[in-house]
Design a protein around this ligand. Structure first.
Ligand SMILES: Cc1ncc(COP(=O)(O)O)c(C=O)c1O
Length: 403
């Protein structure tokens, strides 16, 4: 049986060479690779500062903390994301306030943000889900009107950009685009191995505000200030540092990010070409006025399929050696959120409708067209048989395996 993983990092000789250099240097933490990685990242994103940390989750936590968001404060975000984008508020005893998604983009519905703003709202935390930028023009206008911070969760969207301003220039209108992460007060990226670029584990905060950057540097390093002695701590901090080995990986990956993103876009195109005519599948949302960065290739089943149907189809794919995942189960229905905030099914209908029907298919830069073809062929057969013989689905599957 051909086995196809969900994701697979692309590591070349450059990664090995740079990691080996670190090992030979014997400086494994807080050395020159950290500065190089941060400078390269700031330059790529177009932000003044970049602060490397050991995960995307740590990056989110430090943004919340360094903006002074704390007990009883509220932050508006989406329930359709990885859980860390809401957990980061709970770490500081602030409350995530969810706004349902736009079912056409899977991102927070900017038209419903204002309804949730209260005297306690301190920030909006949009998540560029699956690498598709949020409507940052609207979100920025709302934030400016209500004096709110914006923390962009761009963990899944490195390299994506969107139009943020229409600047009249004489008769013409100049549209300016900006990379996601650089539009809000701060933005975060994640480098887990399934991401567009990886450092094994790792994350990055980008910002134009020196004060935020300085505070994040102190917080990631046990609360030491720039001029502190090693055992002098000016505030309560954490060990969120990123090692030199991880930074070396990040430098190598950033060097070829354009190739990595282009390869992922090509794989996405192969999928879309093959799946666009499958009646019961909705393809990933289109990018309008923005350029997405492909993180995952997520299909959605039409509304007459339910969560159980989706799960059976996923199990069937897995039984053929094709890995897949239910990106994302809604955050508000995770057991401890449901208990802590009394959330129930029906609270965020668009999120639930999408979350019940999505399937992330295998997706990585080195995926071949033959692998994509194989996944689509099996998926197509499963869907065809499922449609006609829902009641006896597993039996039919066994026949497919035999063919
Ligand atoms: C949207 C989003 N936010 C935050 C994170 C957290 O990143 P990490 O796993 O590096 O902590 C992820 C990781 O998958 C993510 O997808």
């Amino acid at each position: 049986m051909i086995k196809i993983p969900l994701s697979n990092p692309y590591l070349s000789s450059l990664e090995k060479q740079l990691v080996l250099q670190v090992l030979n240097s014997s400086q494994l933490s807080q050395g020159p690779q950290l500065d190089r990685f941060e400078n390269k990242m700031a330059q790529y994103i177009g932000s003044r500062h970049a602060v490397a940390v050991n995960s995307g989750t740590s990056a989110l936590h430090l943004c919340i903390k360094s903006l002074g968001i704390g007990e009883n404060d509220q932050v508006i975000t989406t329930p359709f994301s990885f859980i860390a984008s809401a957990n980061c508020m709970l770490y500081e005893r602030a409350k995530p306030v969810f706004v349902d998604i736009n079912p056409n983009t899977y991102n927070i519905d900017a038209d419903h943000i204002s309804e949730k703003i209260t005297a306690r709202t301190k920030a909006i935390l949009p998540v560029h889900v699956f690498g598709l930028p949020c409507d940052m023009v609207k979100i920025r206008a709302i934030a400016q009107k209500h004096h709110l911070y914006i923390i962009e969760d761009a963990c899944e969207a490195i390299g994506a950009d969107c139009l943020v301003d229409a600047v009249p220039q004489g008769q013409a209108i100049k549209l300016s685009s900006q990379k996601v992460g650089s539009i809000g007060d701060c933005g975060v990226f994640g480098f887990y191995p399934n991401k567009q670029i990886t450092t094994g584990e790792g994350g990055m905060i980008v910002t134009n505000e020196e004060k935020i950057a300085m505070n994040c540097r102190s917080l990631r390093n046990q609360g030491r200030s720039e001029n502190s002695m090693w055992l002098e701590h000016e505030q309560l901090g954490y060990n969120y540092r990123l090692s030199e080995v991880n930074c070396a990986l990040g430098i190598a990956q950033l060097t070829k990010i354009h190739l990595l993103l282009a390869a992922r876009a090509r794989v996405a195109r192969w999928y879309s070409e093959r799946l666009s005519n499958v009646a019961d599948i909705i393809l990933p949302p289109h990018a309008v006025n923005c350029r997405r960065s492909w993180f995952v290739y997520v299909i959605r089943l039409r509304d007459h399929y339910g969560r159980k149907d989706r799960n059976k189809i996923m199990n069937s794919l897995k039984s053929y050696g094709i890995d897949c995942r239910d990106y994302f189960p809604p955050i508000h229905l995770q057991p401890f959120y449901a208990e802590m905030f009394s959330y129930r099914r029906g609270d965020f209908p668009n999120t639930e409708k999408v979350a019940d029907r999505t399937i992330a298919l295998p997706f990585f830069a080195t995926m071949t067209e033959a692998q994509v073809h194989h996944v689509c062929k099996i998926l197509y057969r499963i869907m065809r048989n499922y449609k006609y013989m829902r009641h006896d689905f597993m039996a039919v599957n066994n026949q497919i395996i035999a063919n």
